[in-house]
Design a protein around this ligand. Structure first.
Ligand SMILES: [Zn+2]
Length: 503
């Protein structure tokens, strides 16, 4: 119950009127342009009108279909109000939020720029949130972080340069200039506090060089380079005072953490494992007309695989692609070994109550696994064993219980599946439940089990074996995967209103 309540508030998505935020700078071969940004519904948005001017887009509202089309050079992108999705020529990308009308234009999430625009453009677009840059095309824009520290009689400036970029250090009228071989610098400079040696450190126009204004006590300098990581170079410039003794040689230090963690985030979901229940001798539930659960599960699994692979470009593996027996523990192991990001187990239900019907979605309940499971689940982030005696056994226990670390994500995913199914097919009165399913407990990723309906009910048996009904289930599961991915990419907090967001 707690889960459905929490999820309900999560999915409601309050939208306040947009307020403005500091603009981004769009860098391209043609120069730089400001891209106004505002904040709506907790995330940063940009207007399609501004994007149209910068990226040469034609935006049209398709009043008949209720969509928004964005054309660029003869290629068309479709956005739907109410959905955090953009599509073009059969390709679909998720956006953190749906478009929002604002006067005569529409506001779209900032991620439209690096996720959706590439669908209609061959130009590379990189978003750098921490430096509020949009980089268009193959510009070389290295990140350079500069910090200055006092070391006795000298000032040491450390430049962390990512990626490796060649440069030259020259002296010029009371200053040192570090000139980089690039189109533009993405510089982040800590103001120095060694005024007698370094008065200031600034970027000089046209933003490809950094100048160090020298102080009154400056006598000489020395520069050296320290490779730090394959992609990071550290340039160390020591500024020496009059009569200073020879400075200690620089030793590599840890570079500043890169200012941006994910420019173009790798999709949060790269591999999905679909687990068609049962198989081989183990036929699962059997309908009054003779339909078998194992066959329904495999048929839906194959269609879902095709939908996800073709439309999202995500790798999909089935725990069985034929009519064979696969032990329960092996199913989770297949997902674990392939580093799956999501595990979906497909089943059809049976009941002795002839009237039982409707789909149900499950995620793991751990109560049945005893206090140890509860302890692991609650000790989030601290459970890694420093426990003496039999580390193998400890490892095995933790691996067995891998799912407990993903219960919150699994609950959200199960909620999205329940919501997507509910808008398409009949649901049971207990549409979302927790249960101690053996197949889920070892899965080291978010996981849910879907009972697609009661095959023991004659009407549902007919539905479950019909291709029209199967494709409704596939659509619902597909939509759930997209929305779950958006939710993760949004930092697991921003609401994803999705098609039923207004409910
Ligand atoms: Zn089953």
């Amino acid at each position: 119950v707690g889960v459905t309540l929490a999820l309900g508030s999560l999915l409601q998505g309050q939208t306040a009127p947009p307020r403005s935020a500091s603009p981004y700078v769009v860098l391209s071969k043609d120069g730089r342009q400001a891209l106004p940004v505002s904040v709506s519904g907790g995330s940063e948005v940009v207007s399609l009108a501004d994007l149209a001017a910068i990226f040469d887009l034609t935006v049209r509202e398709d009043t008949l279909a209720g969509g928004i089309t964005v054309d660029r050079g003869g290629r068309t992108l479709v956005l739907s109000p109410g959905q955090g999705l953009a599509s073009a020529s059969g390709r679909l990308v998720s956006l953190p939020a749906a478009p929002v009308r604002s006067g005569s234009t529409w506001l779209v999430p900032l991620e439209f720029v690096n996720r959706a625009l590439p669908l209609v453009s061959d130009v590379r677009v990189e978003l750098r949130p921490s430096s509020r840059l949009v980089i268009v095309g193959d510009l070389r824009v290295p990140r350079v972080a500069v910090r200055t520290e006092r070391l006795g009689e000298l000032a040491r400036l450390t430049f962390d340069i990512t990626p490796r970029t060649s440069y030259a250090v020259t002296t010029d009228a009371g200053r040192l200039v570090v000139r980089f071989d690039c189109d533009l610098l993405d510089a982040r400079i800590e103001p120095p506090s060694v005024p007698e040696l370094v008065r200031s450190v600034t970027v000089v126009e046209p933003s490809t060089a950094i100048a160090i204004e020298l102080g009154a006590r400056y006598a000489s300098y020395r520069a050296s380079e320290v490779p730090v990581e394959p992609d990071v170079t550290q340039l160390v410039v020591d500024v020496l005072a009059d009569g200073a003794s020879s400075p200690p040689a620089p030793t590599p230090t840890a570079p500043e953490p890169p200012p941006v963690l994910f420019d173009q985030p790798a999709s949060a979901i790269r591999t999905v494992v679909i687990d068609p229940g049962h198989g081989g001798d183990e036929e699962g539930a059997r309908g009054p007309g003779g339909a078998l659960e194992k066959d329904v599960a495999l048929a839906v699994a194959r269609q879902l695989r095709a939908a996800i692979e073709n439309r999202l470009g995500i790798r999909v593996l089935l725990t069985r692609d034929g009519d064979q027996t696969v032990p329960l523990d092996e199913r989770a192991a297949i997902a674990n070994n392939n580093k799956a990001d999501l595990f979906i187990s497909l089943h059809a239900n049976a009941s002795v109550r002839a009237s039982a019907r409707g789909a149900e979605v499950f995620y793991l309940s751990i109560d049945e696994y005893g206090p140890e499971a509860r302890r692991i689940a609650e000790a989030e982030g601290t459970w890694l064993p420093a426990v003496g005696g039999g580390s193998r056994q400890v490892e095995m226990i933790l691996w067995d219980m891998a799912q407990v670390r993903h219960l919150e994500d699994s609950a959200v995913f199960a909620g999205l599946v329940e919501q997507a199914l509910r808008s398409r097919i009949p649901m049971s009165a207990r549409a979302i439940q927790q249960a101690p399913f053996r197949v889920l407990v070892g899965a080291n990723m978010p996981a849910a089990l879907v009972e697609m309906g009661f095959i023991s009910h004659p009407d549902e048996e007919r539905l479950l074996t019909s291709s029209a009904h199967q494709s409704l289930i596939v659509q619902a599961l597909f939509e759930s995967v997209v929305r779950f991915r958006t939710w993760i990419e949004n930092g697991r907090r921003a609401p994803d209103p999705g098609p039923e967001g207004s409910r």
